[in-house]
Design a binder for this molecule. Structure first.
Ligand SMILES: [Zn+2]
Ligand SMILES: [Zn+2]
Length: 311
């Protein structure tokens, strides 16, 4: 039996290779919550003056996020936001889970149903030119609607459940492709100076996938264990497997990569920022760099198609 490195009494249940320690359930919970609190404070994510909209998808990360934030900051005003993407055999189950978690933590839940509100669902992408980039298009839709819903409920911050593995996976990809513009935007906090954009925060950005899953289990949270049927699992998994390999040799690889990006490279990248001109979408009025925003382009393609189908 491995003894917990913190209390030296109970049996250890989780091994943290990067920290070279094993912890029992109770000590892990304390450890996890302390780390999330530190991240929130270190990156100035929010204060008691804020109203935080927490995006809850039905997955383990966003469930863990809602639970940990409510437990750590009970005095901060919070609202949970869920997007029902209308994917058959998947989305309704996700909505049920979001409802259960919000209820358990006594947080108001706002549901935005894509089909009811906009007349299309992510499944409709299959027959369009978006079909090959379904996840990227879904990402556009999610970012747009989470922001819009957060604005509608007067939230001042929008929290998402991205963990360290997600963050480093994206980071790695941008580095491989030399995507400097995307790298600039990859931060624990994306401060918005635009009244139509809510500042986005990632309170779990320093917690690994394993830690987040274990925390969700410790809290007894329900979550969807199988991924969205459209996810390009293979590419994402391949990337994470590659990073896992690196972590075998260097257990704190993700932590080091994250830290050097955020602490050393980001400040250098931000210097010539600011110049990007932000306009308003001519259709919906939301911020965009072009004339029509990506969301409106997607909506118009899908609705055009729907009109054609009626003939
Ligand atoms: Zn312990
Ligand atoms: Zn628009």
């Amino acid at each position: 039996m491995v003894i917990c490195a913190a209390c030296k009494k109970a049996e250890a249940e989780i091994r943290l290779d990067y920290a070279k320690r094993s912890l029992c359930r109770d000590c892990f919970t304390l450890f996890f919550e302390r780390k999330v609190r530190n991240a929130v404070l270190k990156y100035h994510m929010f204060s008691v003056k804020d109203k935080v909209a927490v995006a809850v998808s039905g997955g383990k990360d966003s469930g863990a996020l809602l639970a940990v934030l409510k437990r750590l900051f009970p005095r901060v005003e919070m609202v949970a936001v869920h997007l029902n993407l209308g994917i058959e055999g998947y989305s309704d189950g996700c909505e049920e889970i979001a409802k259960k978690i919000a209820k358990a933590y006594d947080i108001e839940l706002i549901v935005c149903n894509l089909r009811k509100a906009y007349g299309f669902s992510i499944s409709d992408f299959r027959k369009t030119r978006f079909s090959r980039k379904i996840c990227a298009s879904c990402g556009v839709v999610k970012r747009y609607l989470l922001n819009k819903t957060a604005l509608e409920v007067d939230a001042t911050k929008l929290a998402t459940g991205h963990n360290l593995d997600d963050f480093v996976g994206v980071l790695f990809n941008h580095y491989v492709h030399g995507d400097v513009e995307q790298l600039k935007r990859l931060l624990p906090v994306n401060v918005s100076h635009n009244p139509k954009m809510v500042t986005r925060i990632k309170p779990l950005c320093e917690m690994t996938e394993k830690e987040t899953r274990y925390y969700a289990d410790c809290m007894g949270l329900p979550y969807k264990s199988h991924a969205c049927p459209f996810v390009h699992q293979r590419r994402l998994e391949k990337r994470q497997r590659l990073l896992d390999k690196l972590s075998e040799v260097m257990p704190n690889f993700r932590h080091v990569f994250f830290k050097s990006h955020v602490k050393r490279l980001q400040p250098a990248l931000q210097v010539e920022e600011e110049a990007v001109s932000v306009r308003e979408c001519t259709r919906c009025g939301m911020p965009t760099s072009g004339e029509v925003c990506s969301f409106c382009k997607i909506v118009s393609t899908l609705t055009k198609r729907k009109r054609l189908e009626k003939f």
